[in-house]
Design a protein around this ligand. Structure first.
Ligand code: CIZ
Length: 427
């Protein structure tokens, strides 16, 4: 089982063939600029997923950053940040590696980081160490004269790419043909679109235009309640597991949750099944979280019957049902921080967060449920070399890797995000 050893060691083990059964490619030990030379999500957990043709690509960065040692990059980032002072805010997602989050002004989930972006109108640049949809969200929430920078443009999210705006529009048209879009006598519309934060700005904009809302894994239940006050059903995308787990926890019958396959008419459902539905689940998933299984939970319990198993709600239903608890990264972090007695935790989420929590809480034994878990390969594309490059460019008066959402998409996306920000997280 994975312990507090560094991710680098895990990757070296995989590379040397010492770890069996991993989907994790040994290429992860390569420098990101080598990985970025070919299109794709990068090596690791997401390699099996098709990448959209229009996915952003990262160009080559100057050789000096590629040649610098870890220590030199660290020094350069610290120095550049000190010189930039309040001109820059650096946001680090929970799933980023230690060498990245050590430079972050805020470390958190997408919900917390979206709020942090809102709280810094004075910063001229927000460097978002996360993935593309998070930077888009920060751009939508920040003021137009602030620049949001994504250090590596290829840091995307395979789950977010599983629902394209064309597919969602097409689904919406098919549902509108069945039921129309007007409210009935009770004042409720036939269906409310709800998108997980892990989606493109275009899809958030779609939700804003069509009476819908965004959710994160921290507030999905609150958001679904909001939607059921306004509609008979919810169309939930792109993560089927978060939608299913949240709805089941709210007491909704799993039979009333058909899966929508965007490549088939009516999503591969009958009109009757859709009529009887409460939540229509898009067929998307997270490549990292789908790896956590009931067998891993059984193995953790066989090793230590006292172990407290907490998994992320992006995991499959049977895994969530077998765990002791499930919750967002904020929930997991808080559960560990608030455990009064030394406790054994087995955690089902991305490895960088698990390792960091283990290092920060030596009084507890914190392991990852998956013995050969890969880092999220797209999050892993943010490397200190890219951070040094964007910060030093700012010092030289140059803005690189700016993520800008078109105004006509940003305005309705902001409506959907504002609805979410008004919905209070459960924890
Ligand atoms: O909301 C987020 O940032 C993600 C991707 C997961 C979580 O639980 O924080």
């Amino acid at each position: 089982m994975t312990t507090t050893a560094s991710i680098e060691l895990t990757l070296k083990d995989i590379s040397a063939g010492r770890t069996q059964g991993a989907m994790c490619s040994s290429d992860l030990v390569d420098a990101p600029w080598d990985v970025d030379a070919s299109p794709g999500y990068g090596p690791g957990a997401s390699t099996a997923d098709p990448i959209p043709a229009a996915a952003p690509r990262q160009g080559e960065i100057p050789q000096e950053y590629r040649d610098a040692s870890d220590a030199q990059l660290r020094e350069r980032i610290v120095a550049a940040k000190a010189r930039l002072g309040e001109r820059v805010v650096l946001l680090g997602h929970h799933y980023q590696r230690v060498e990245v989050v050590e430079h972050a002004d805020y470390i958190g989930d997408s919900f917390m980081l979206a709020q942090a972006a809102l709280d810094h109108p004075e910063a001229e640049a927000i460097v978002f160490c996360g993935v593309h949809f998070m930077a888009e969200t920060a751009d939508i929430l920040s003021s137009p004269d602030q620049a949001v920078l994504l250090p590596n443009l290829a840091a995307g999210c395979s789950m977010a790419d599983m629902a394209t705006i064309d597919q969602v529009e097409d689904c919406w048209e098919q549902l509108a043909q069945l039921w129309g879009t007007e409210p009935d006598a009770s004042g409720k519309v036939p269906v409310i679109p709800v998108t997980y934060m892990n989606s493109s700005a275009a899809i958030k904009g779609f939700c804003g235009r069509n009476g819908g809302i965004v959710c994160t894994s921290s507030n999905a239940e609150v958001v679904l309640s909001w939607a059921f006050e306004r509609g008979h059903r919810v169309l939930f995308f792109p993560d089927q597991h978060l939608g299913r787990n949240t709805a089941i926890d709210m007491g909704i019958d799993p039979e009333a949750m058909p899966l929508w396959n965007p490549r088939r008419p009516l999503g591969n459902n009958t009109a009757e099944a859709l009529e009887d539905s409460r939540v229509i689940l898009w067929q998307g998933f997270c490549s990292v979280h789908k790896r956590f299984t009931t067998a891993q939970i059984a193995a953790a319990r066989a090793q230590n019957p006292e172990v407290r198993v907490i998994v992320h709600p992006e995991c499959p239903r049977e895994t969530v049902a077998a765990a002791d608890e499930s919750g967002s990264t904020a929930y997991i972090t808080k559960a560990i921080e608030s455990a009064a007695e030394p406790t054994s935790f087995a955690i089902g989420t991305e490895i960088n967060l698990v390792k960091r929590l283990a290092a920060e809480h030596p009084q507890h034994t914190i392991t990852c449920l998956d013995p050969v878990v890969c880092p999220c390969s797209t999050m892993y594309r943010i490397h200190p070399g890219y951070i040094a490059w964007v910060l030093e460019a700012l010092l030289a008066g140059e803005v690189v890797n700016r993520i800008s959402v078109d105004a006509e998409v940003a305005a309705p996306a902001r409506v959907a995000l504002d609805r979410m920000l008004a919905a209070k997280p459960r924890i």
